[in-house]
Write a protein that binds this ligand. Structure first.
Ligand SMILES: [Fe+2]
Ligand SMILES: [Fe+2]
Length: 166
């Protein structure tokens, strides 16, 4: 029997594998909730007032994302995880915002893959829910990049933002 073809983008996945990947997404959502709850309250100074208020809104949106993902994982017949990814902390406001932005970039990469994977399995409604989450994650990314005075990073879709023509 021929070996199963390995696909770098994991488009060709099973429902079980999708549930596993959604659980990884859920761990990242928990991480985001914790990060935004803490950072929104400890960021002080006039120049950070706007972004601190935005981070508070992010915290609530991340909770909604976690609820949506848990529902989908349950629908796939699996148990939603209870473990967050580790949260990095810093006393330096810029560094805090940098951690948030890095996490959002990673999250966006993953959700772009997840939309394709859901569609490959014919789970179009689930793909739509992930798309709606993705829209908000991209807003978070813009808020953070703006607060850092940077351009919004180009997070290429596909594994680890692989560059074209490599
Ligand atoms: Fe989120
Ligand atoms: Fe986010």
């Amino acid at each position: 029997m021929p070996e199963a073809k390995s696909t770098s983008t994991e488009i060709d996945i099973t429902r079980d594998r999708l549930a596993e990947l959604l659980n990884e997404d859920l761990s990242r959502e928990y991480q985001a909730i914790i990060g935004y709850v803490v950072y929104s309250q400890v960021l002080t100074g006039a120049q950070y007032m706007d972004i601190a208020a935005q981070l508070e809104i992010h915290a609530k949106q991340e909770l909604d994302h976690a609820l949506t993902l848990s529902r989908q994982i349950d629908y796939l017949g699996k148990m939603p995880t209870v473990t967050p990814q580790p949260v990095r902390t810093s006393k330096d406001p810029k560094e805090m915002l940098r951690f948030d932005l890095d996490n959002e970039n990673e999250t966006i990469r993953n959700y772009r893959d997840r939309v394709r994977q859901c569609e490959a399995l014919g789970e179009y409604a689930m793909a739509e829910q992930i798309r709606q989450i993705l829209v908000q994650e991209q807003d978070h990314q813009i808020d953070l990049a703006t607060a850092l005075g940077e351009d919004v990073p180009n997070v290429n879709s596909g594994p680890k933002g692989r560059k074209k023509g490599r």
